[in-house]
Structure formats: structure tokens, C-alpha cells
Design a protein around this ligand. Structure first.
Ligand SMILES: CCCCCCCC/C=C\CCCC(=O)SCCNC(=O)CCNC(=O)[C@H](O)C(C)(C)COP(=O)(O)OP(=O)(O)OC[C@H]1O[C@@H](n2cnc3c(N)ncnc32)[C@H](O)[C@@H]1OP(=O)(O)O
Ligand SMILES: Cc1cc2nc3c(=O)[nH]c(=O)nc-3n(C[C@H](O)[C@H](O)[C@H](O)COP(=O)(O)OP(=O)(O)OC[C@H]3O[C@@H](n4cnc5c(N)ncnc54)[C@H](O)[C@@H]3O)c2cc1C
Length: 581
């Protein structure tokens, strides 16, 4: 917090700095600096912002975002916490009517936060208007004791990020002023009448913002992992590549290059896509301020797509990096286990990936059908019904590969839509038919998302003007990325007829050549991510390559090494050894 103040970084921008990486096992303030700060900035009206933002900036108020309940995370409309307007006192009464309505998971809620943005079902004049955000004080601002009517605690140990004190929260007819409803987009007036927003999903805006932030953070996490594994692979010598010759650096093995280089490429693919979605988010935010919500659905879908793909890719990439470090990748001091546990949760939180991909698929099917009917569709999905342009580019050029992605994606959507129609004819119920096609629908969403990411990678690399040599290395990396993802998805390209078996063999051959070509660039590429050793926090990945010394030094810090003979010997082992059991 002191660093943020020194550098004049506003609270809501803190989460895109590296400051949170200082903590190894989760940051109890991350939801305060990210979601809580963003909810105030985007969901509170100017008067409310004046009231709470300065206090949050000074950390007098430490907040969290309390939406998920034990019973419902994905299905936001199913939340059970109620906020009933009482016109007599001009207050909302917050209540948790069931066990399943208990708020569960919010980061920092257990012990750190003294306030929360609570999502609750809004009732006024006897009618329910769905989930709305409320500013709620949970603890006394001086003593930090929980307030009467508020029951809260921590939910217990998790796979990782255990310093984040994820919490639970219940309300027992807890009263808050009417003016604590965040009223930028919708309002409840003094007489209890409801003023609806210009788009009924504007109150979900903090989730959209966070999904975009997660994409950015996934590229950082993966960058840390590839830095550790690549540097280690340059230090580690093992086995014989040529019998009788000295043991080579493990980075010389083609299989090791295949484990690492595509994930180095992936860091850039995710980063460039994150920048593109961030630009769109800023445009949409500016439009919303002027009352225009036309591009909100496009932003929602793009943020779902990129959050799902980047969390999946970075989690898999980090695990591959851990495995690429052999046994030493399993030791906590390598930094890789905590990178994994703090990244795999991004697959689940802020919208479980399958659910987000189904949102993308719904948009693809709707847009495809609209396009067929000649209705207007938004730019990112025009290609679904636009004529093919496969023959305009030289065969197997980067542009041709992007076109192959585009056509294969359009083809898969077309095929899946036909399947959906057939299923609908059998079931006579759209929802059952949808469920029966949902595996294929997820594949549509994944391929569309991959197409977007590949396209952003290529267009960004081609726009680099600063240095020919940098551009040349990034072009090779981008080429590797395109070919790698084509080889992983061969079936889609064969089915769409965009690539033949011979094309795929040619591309595979080129991929192996690229691995060898990029091998000398591996260490410079990860060095260019420029992580300080303190932030990387890894015995395997430090700048100076003193891997073995650091592993040995770190082992000395183990509490078990404080004494030669442990207490457990006297208490358990010695009696066991003497017991003749
Ligand atoms: C280092 C920086 C890192 C920063 C990150 C900080 C990390 C902090 C640590 C942890 C944070 C974790 C926090 C959380 O997890 S908070 C809880 C998050 N919860 C979720 O994300 C819930 C997921 N569910 C949903 O979002 C939705 O309910 C839904 C699944 C998307 C939609 O459900 P449903 O289909 O029932 O849809 P609705 O009836 O609600 O919607 C119908 C139409 O609305 C469109 N829609 C939905 N959402 C939005 C939106 N946000 N914006 C615009 N439009 C939206 C939807 O597409 C439908 O449109 P259509 O035209 O097809 O009818
Ligand atoms: C580390 C961590 C931190 C979190 N922090 C916060 C926080 O700060 N604030 C907060 O409010 N919440 C937080 N959450 C909660 C998080 O947002 C939810 O866990 C998440 O949205 C998933 O919801 P769920 O747990 O209800 O899963 P479920 O929706 O129950 O998912 C279980 C399974 O059902 C499937 N499924 C569900 N619906 C569908 C569907 N329509 N179609 C197909 N399959 C479906 C899913 O794909 C999944 O496989 C956090 C969670 C974690 C793990």
C-alpha cells in the first residue's frame, strides 16, 4: 500500500501492477483493490463515490465483493439473500433466509474486510427486481468487531491462496440506509419506486471488469512459470544426448523445447489479447457514460472468451513448466506449486469456464442465425456468415493459417447449429436440445476464442515498428503458436477442408525446425519479462542461475532442520522402535 501511494497509483489500478505478487500465497487485499474499488467506481453514483472512494483509497474502509452463496455461484439470478425496502424507515433490510443463502467465498471477507459490496435480490413495493449491489458495513470501523446482525467468518483451508481469508457471511434482518444501494444505473426512490437501468446487466459490470483483469494476470503468472522453467533448463544438465559426450543442458532436448517454447509464445498471445479487450472495455465504459450500451454484449462475450481461454492455457502451461523441472519443480521453493494453485482457481472464479464458454456459444449461434437472415451482427462474429477468403493468401502463410482458423470456426458453428436444429426437432424443446449439444457448443466457443487470440497475436506482432530483430523473433514465436494450436486441433481443420493431411505434415515439420531456431532465444525472451528475483521468488529461476546453492540454502530454513533430532523422535519414533510392533 505504501508503494502504491509513493507511485501515486489509484486503488482501482493497483491490481494490474505487480504489487500483489509480493505475497506468495494469496493477497487478503486483492478483492479490495480490484473488485471492491471497481464496483465503487462503476456502480456507485457520484455522490456515493465522494462518500466512500476517499475512505477506501485511505484504507479506512477495506471491502470485498460478496456475491456467491453456498447454494449459488454460477446462477446469479438464483441468489437468495434479500434486500427488502422498508418505506417507513427508508432502509433496506438485508436477510439470509436459508443455509444456502450464506455468502461463501468472498476474498478477504473472513478477517480482513470491514465492508462489502453485497449482491442481493432487491424487493420494493412487493416486487422482486433481481440481484442488485449494496454497500454494506460489516465491522466496526474502530474496533473491527462484526456488527450486530452480521455473522461472518473464514471458510477454512483451500487448495491454495490461503492468505486470502475467503469468508462466509449471513445477515439477520440487518438494516442499511436506502442510499447504500449502489445507484449509478438503477435506483429505489424514497417512496419505494424503482428506476430501471438502461441495460439490465449493468450491475454485473464488476464481473466483466474483473474477467478482463484476470486475462492480464494470467499472462503474468505464465510468464513467471516459463521464466523459472527456462532458466532452470539452461542450468540443468542431465543424461547424454550423444553417448559418451558431456551431459547437455536439458534445454537442448527437443522434447524440453516443445514443453517450454509454445508456452513462452502463449504469454504474448494472452498479453496481446488482454490489451485488445482492455481497449474495448475502455471504449465501452466511455460509451456507457454517454448512455450507449450497444457494445456491452460484445464486451461481455469477449471477456468471457478470453478469461476462459487464458485461465485454461496459463494453468496448463504452469503445470507443464512444473513437470519440465523434474523433481525440483515439486518443491515449494521452486515457486511453481504456488503459481499453479493461485492460477488454477481462475478457471473457477469470476464465472466457471464451461459456463462462460456456453455464453460465448450462445452468442455465436444467435449471431450465425442473425447473419443468415441478413440482420446486423457485431464485428467479431461477422465472419460466421461472411464469404470465405481462403484462396487470397499464399498457402500455409500466417494469413492463410488465420483464415483456416476462421473458416474452421465458422464451419464448426454451422455444423453445431444444424445439430441443434435436428435435436430441437426431436425434443421440441430448445433448452433440452441445447443441453444435448453443449459439448459441441463448448468446442465452438473454444475454437472461436483461439481464432481471436491467434489473430491478435499476429496483428500485434506485425504492427511492431521499433526493431526488426525483435519483430523477427516474435514472428517466429507467433508462427510457432499458430502451428502448435493447429496441430492440437487437427480434426477441426481436416473436417473443414481448410488443411489437408499433407499440409499438417508440412506444418509439423516446420514446428520442429522452429523449436531449434528459437532455442537460442529462449533465455533472452524470458529475461525480457524482467521479473525481479524477489517477485519471482524461486530457487530454480533466479537471474544468477545458482540453482543448487539456493535449493541447499532454502532447505536449511526448514523448521525440521532447527535441531538434529526432532521432538517426534522422542515422542513417537523411539517408542515405536522399542515396541517390537
Ligand atoms: C492481478 C489482477 C487480478 C484481478 C483479479 C482479482 C482476483 C480476485 C480474486 C478473486 C475474485 C473472484 C471473484 C468472484 O468470483 S465474484 C463472483 C463471480 N461470479 C460469476 O462470475 C458468476 C457467473 N455467472 C454469470 O455471470 C451469469 O449469471 C451468467 C452465467 C453469465 C448468465 O447467466 P444466464 O444465462 O442465466 O443469463 P441471464 O439471464 O443472467 O442473462 C441473459 C442475457 O444477458 C447476457 N449477459 C449476462 N451477463 C452479462 C454481462 N455481464 N454483461 C452483458 N450481458 C450479459 C447474456 O449473455 C444473455 O444475453 P442474451 O442476449 O443471449 O439473452
Ligand atoms: C479462490 C476463489 C475465490 C473466490 N472469490 C470470490 C469472491 O471474492 N466473491 C464472490 O462472490 N465469489 C467468489 N468466488 C466464487 C466463484 O465465483 C464461484 O465459485 C464460481 O462463480 C463458480 O460457481 P459455483 O462454485 O457455484 O460452481 P457451480 O456453478 O456449482 O459449478 C459446478 C459445475 O457445474 C457446472 N455448471 C453450472 N452451471 C452450468 C450450466 N448452466 N451449464 C453447464 N454446466 C454448468 C460447471 O461447469 C461446473 O462443472 C471464489 C471462488 C474461488 C474458488
Amino acid at each position: 500500500m505504501r508503494k502504491l501511494a509513493e507511485h501515486n497509483i489509484p486503488l482501482r489500478e493497483a491490481s494490474i501492477t505487480q504489487v500483489h505478487s509480493v505475497l506468495r500465497d494469496g493477497n487478503p487485499l486483492i478483492v479490495h483493490t480490484s473488485m471492491f474499488a471497481n464496483a465503487l467506481a462503476s456502480l456507485a453514483n457520484p455522490k456515493q463515490q465522494q462518500q466512500w472512494v476517499p475512505l477506501a483509497e485511505k484504507n479506512r474502509i477495506i471491502g470485498t465483493y460478496a456475491q456467491t452463496e453456498i447454494g449459488h455461484g454460477t446462477f446469479v439470478r438464483g441468489l437468495e439473500t434479500t434486500a427488502i425496502f422498508d418505506p417507513e424507515t427508508k432502509e433496506f433490510v438485508l436477510h439470509s433466509p436459508t443455509i444456502t443463502s450464506t455468502k461463501w467465498w468472498p476474498g478477504g471477507l473472513g478477517k480482513t474486510a470491514n465492508a462489502a459490496i453485497v449482491m442481493a435480490q432487491l424487493y420494493t413495493q412487493g416486487k422482486c427486481y433481481g440481484p442488485h449491489p449494496f454497500f454494506v458495513q460489516l465491522r466496526d470501523f474502530d474496533t473491527h468487531h462484526s456488527l450486530p446482525g452480521v455473522i461472518l467468518g473464514e471458510i477454512g483451508p483451500r487448495l491454495g491462496i490461503n492468505s486470502q481469508d475467503n469468508g462466509y457471511l449471513r445477515f439477520d434482518h440487518y438494516r442499511i440506509p436506502r442510499t447504500n444501494m449502489l445507484m449509478r444505473h438503477s435506483q429505489v426512490l424514497e417512496d419505494g419506486s424503482y428506476v430501471k437501468p438502461i441495460h439490465n446487466k449493468l450491475s454485473y459490470g464488476t464481473m466483466v471488469w474483473t474477467r478482463v483483469a484476470i486475462v492480464h494476470s494470467c499472462s503474468k503468472k505464465l510468464a513467471c512459470a516459463v521464466t523459472i522453467a527456462t532458466r532452470y533448463s539452461a542450468v540443468r544438465h542431465q543424461s547424454e544426448l550423444v553417448p559418451g559426450k558431456p551431459e547437455p543442458q536439458i534445454l537442448e532436448y527437443q522434447t524440453q523445447q516443445y514443453k517450454l517454447l509454445p508456452h513462452i509464445a502463449s504469454v504474448f498471445a494472452i498479453l496481446f489479447s488482454a490489451s485488445s479487450v482492455l481497449r474495448m472495455q475502455r471504449n465501452v465504459a466511455a460509451s456507457i457514460s454517454k448512455g450507449n450500451v450497444e457494445l456491452l454484449p460484445e464486451l461481455h462475450i469477449l471477456s468471457c472468451a478470453m478469461k476462459a481461454l487464458s485461465s485454461q492455457d496459463s494453468t496448463q502451461g504452469i503445470e507443464t513448466c512444473r513437470l519440465a523441472c523434474g523433481g525440483h519443480g515439486y518443491i515449494a521453493s521452486s515457486g511453481l506449486p504456488s503459481l499453479y494453485t493461485s492460477t488454477t482457481c481462475t478457471i473457477t472464479y469470476e464465472g466457471e469456464n464451461t459456463v462462460l464458454l456456453l455464453q460465448v456459444a450462445r452468442y455465436l449461434i444467435k449471431s450465425y442465425r442473425a447473419g443468415l437472415e441478413g440482420l446486423p451482427v457485431l464485428p467479431s462474429v461477422m465472419y460466421l456468415t461472411a464469404p470465405s477468403a481462403m484462396h487470397q493468401s499464399p498457402p500455409l502463410s500466417n494469413q492463410a493459417l488465420i483464415e483456416a482458423f476462421r473458416i474452421s470456426s465458422a464451419n464448426l458453428v454451422k455444423e453445431t447449429e444444424s445439430r441443434l436444429c435436428r435435436q430441437f426437432n426431436l425434443e421440441q424443446n430448445f433448452h433440452y436440445a441445447w443441453n444435448r449439444c453443449s459439448v459441441a457448443l463448448v468446442h465452438c466457443a473454444e475454437l472461436h476464442s483461439r481464432y481471436y487470440m491467434c489473430e491478435k497475436f499476429l496483428s500485434t506482432v506485425e504492427s511492431i515498428r521499433a526493431s526488426d530483430r525483435v519483430r523477427s523473433v516474435l514472428q517466429d514465436l507467433c508462427r510457432l503458436y499458430l502451428i502448435h494450436h493447429i496441430t492440437l486441433n487437427q480434426g477441426h481443420f481436416l473436417r473443414s477442408g481448410t488443411l489437408s493431411g499433407v499440409d499438417l505434415s508440412t506444418l509439423e515439420e516446420e514446428m520442429y525446425e522452429l523449436l531449434a531456431k528459437l532455442r537460442p532465444q529462449a533465455v533472452p525472451l524470458v529475461d525480457a519479462f524482467d521479473f525481479r528475483d524477489e517477485l519471482l521468488g524461486s530457487t530454480l529461476g533466479a537471474w544468477d542461475g545458482r540453482v543448487y546453492e539456493r535449493l541447499y540454502e532454502e532447505a536449511q530454513k526448514s523448521p525440521l532442520n532447527k535441531t538434529d533430532v526432532s521432538k517426534a523422535y522422542h515422542k513417537y519414533l523411539q517408542p515405536l522402535m522399542k515396541s517390537n510392533l
